[in-house]
Design a protein around this ligand. Structure first.
Ligand code: CTP
Ligand code: MG
Length: 579
């Protein structure tokens, strides 16, 4: 029998979630995420990178092609998994994961170009499946290996669907969990992002055999939502950034001398890199060069994985920042759902915007939530440790200093950190549920004085603002930098007003579901409550807008494929005319 896995964020599984239960049922599309979820950041990244080395991406005509593609791939090695997804415009793709990297090398060696004279003959793991020269066998035999395929792995719930799920939750805290589980980056999303990084790595590996292209930001820090952008940093020679002593080595590489102005050099290299991405790499389009920014970046869209990318060259501290956020998110089960709820709130009322500007970013909002969770009351301890505590607990293996001299040393062992939090506090542990924490967040920032005070996660207290920026959130790793430097006076004021409005609204909207017994009308049962009421309230700037707006186009719902049907299909792999 063929094995078809149901992807999805199924409502019953989500509804069964119980507040405060770390082991609450998870949707199966997050199974892959769950496999990496207890790993350290470095192990998770390494495991994903290694998985990308064993994977290829194949465009197919439709999901019915999965069987024939599987059969074809099995000639080159054992197929560990196949993940189908579709993109707007009805293009279908399958990410094929082999058991060994050698299988990928073998299949790529045996792959070819069509119309060789008309294309740049680039070789990469980005492929398409053409129609065979001879007719395919429509039926499979029992001796054939099973096809482990996940269909529509990139499904994102439509706004109305998500609203229904949130409405159907059992409590306000549960609503927050449902929102988090239904909208966070799933296993296939992570796989596609690491494969997108691998494309750049492979393209440059002839010049820089030690090159590493590392995803950072929301794709890896545990706060990524489905369809989030991919931030990438290119490390040309990772080996030599380690403190290896090469002084005895007598054979030395000839190499071009660096320009004295390192920034100019980076800008020139980024320009060349932009040209390469634009002209040579399959699927990369809309290349934009933003070279005057503090961190110069190349923006591009990877059409085959459907990911928007920001590629930089000198951003090691941002990578460690992602690790810091990952550790804080992993150290308590409430952190990530709470951050998701606050970021959704900000998006719904129009405080955040996908285009950069003078408004607050998701990253700054995340730091606001983390800072709030570092606070303690008279009796209750904090949910999260301060950075100073994390630095004081660092072991010998946690020492990290970037080539720019930024000290990124802090404890990496989450279980040790949790143990310290549980054993060192003289106060009662904070066991507040998500509802209490969400309400507390708005109360806390309603009375926070952004005009005179800055936020510092280093010691978890507010400090006097070092300059006149309207909003000041000290970068936890690069202490002299203000993460929210871009936020204007007007936007800070709007944020302050919205914190107060929401704190006030949370006192007036119903935070429990309406009764669904026969005595209550269906209309009443559909009435907004909790998160839904908050975002749909007349006071909210979101009024009239789509609730829970998600930027990605709707794709067909996940389902288990009808296998019998599948094998009666005519072969329909894309033909030679399709490039
Ligand atoms: N970063 C930083 N300092 C800043 C801005 C960003 O260190 N002033 C780092 C953070 O690690 C951040 C990453 O760069 O996570 C990527 O920034 P950005 O894309 O703005 O934020 P994300 O966390 O990726 O969130 P989003 O999903 O909105 O992209
Ligand atoms: Mg990002």
């Amino acid at each position: 029998a063929k094995l078809y896995k149901r992807t999805s964020y199924l409502l019953p599984a989500l509804r069964k979630s119980t507040v405060g239960n770390k082991n609450a049922p998870k949707s199966s599309s997050h199974e892959g995420q769950a496999a990496t979820q207890n790993m350290s950041f470095e192990n998770m990244v390494e495991s994903r990178r290694e998985e990308a080395c064993r994977s290829i991406l194949v465009q197919v005509h439709s999901e019915q092609s999965c069987f024939h593609l599987h059969k074809y791939c099995c000639q080159y090695g054992e197929v560990k998994g196949m993940h189908h997804y579709s993109l707007p415009g009805s293009s279908h793709f399958v990410l094929v994961e082999f058991t060994h990297k050698a299988n990928v090398d073998h299949i790529l060696k045996c792959s070819s170009h069509v119309n060789r004279k008309e294309v740049i003959p680039v070789r990469s793991p980005f492929l398409w499946f053409r129609a065979p020269n001879k007719p395919l066998q429509p039926n499979h035999t029992s001796s054939e290996p099973p096809t482990p395929v996940e269909i529509n792995g990139n499904n994102i719930p439509a706004p109305a669907e998500l609203r229904n799920w949130i409405q159907a939750a059992e409590s306000f805290s549960d609503q927050i969990l449902v929102l988090h589980r239904a909208t966070s980056l799933n296993d296939l999303g992570s796989r596609l992002r690491f494969l997108t990084a691998r494309q750049i790595e492979l393209a440059l590996s002839g010049l820089f055999p030690q090159i590493t292209v590392m995803p950072f930001g929301s794709s890896v820090n545990g706060f990524g939502k489905a369809a989030c952008d991919l931030d990438l940093v290119l490390l040309a020679d990772k080996e030599e950034t380690n403190d290896e002593d090469n002084s005895d080595c007598r054979i030395v590489f000839h190499a071009k001398t660096l320009l004295t102005n390192g920034r100019t050099q980076v800008q020139r290299h980024m320009e060349t890199l932009g040209d390469m991405v634009q002209m040579l790499l399959p699927g990369c389009s809309h290349v934009r060069r933003i070279l005057q920014a503090r961190v110069p970046i190349i923006k591009y869209h990877q059409d085959l994985t459907g990911v928007e990318c920001d590629l930089s060259m000198t951003n090691m501290s941002a990578l460690y920042m992602s690790e810091l956020l990952y550790i804080l998110g992993a150290s308590d089960w409430r952190v990530r759902p709470l951050v998701f709820a606050v970021r959704s709130w900000a998006r719904e009322i129009g405080l955040t915007n996908p285009t950069p500007g003078r408004w607050i970013t998701n990253f700054s909002l995340t730091l606001l939530v983390l800072f709030y969770l570092q606070q303690h009351s008279k009796h209750k301890g904090p949910v999260l440790p301060t950075l100073n505590t994390m630095i004081s607990l660092a072991g010998s293996g946690d020492h990290r200093i970037t080539s720019e001299g930024v000290n990124c040393t802090f404890i990496r062992d989450v279980s040790q950190l949790c143990h310290h939090m549980a054993s060192s506090s003289k106060k009662l542990p904070n066991t507040d549920n998500l509802e209490t924490l969400f309400i507390g967040f708005f109360e806390f920032y309603s009375s926070f004085d952004f005009t005179t005070h800055a936020i510092s996660l280093t010691n978890g207290t507010s400090v006097t603002k070092p300059d006149h920026s309207p909003m000041y959130i000290a970068n936890p790793l690069e202490r002299g930098l203000n993460v929210s430097k871009n936020v204007s006076h007007d936007e800070t004021e709007r944020l302050r007003i919205e914190f107060r409005n929401t704190a006030w609204m949370l006192e007036s909207v119903s935070l429990t579901p309406h009764e669904t017994s026969l005595t209550v009308s269906q209309k009443k049962a559909d009435e907004a409550w909790g998160l839904t009421a908050l975002f749909e309230a007349p006071q909210s700037a979101a009024k009239g807008r789509n609730i829970f707006y998600l930027p990605t186009q709707r794709v067909p719902p996940p389902r288990i494929m009808d296998v019998s049907n599948l094998f009666q299909q005519d072969t329909d792999e894309v033909g030679d005319s399709f490039v």
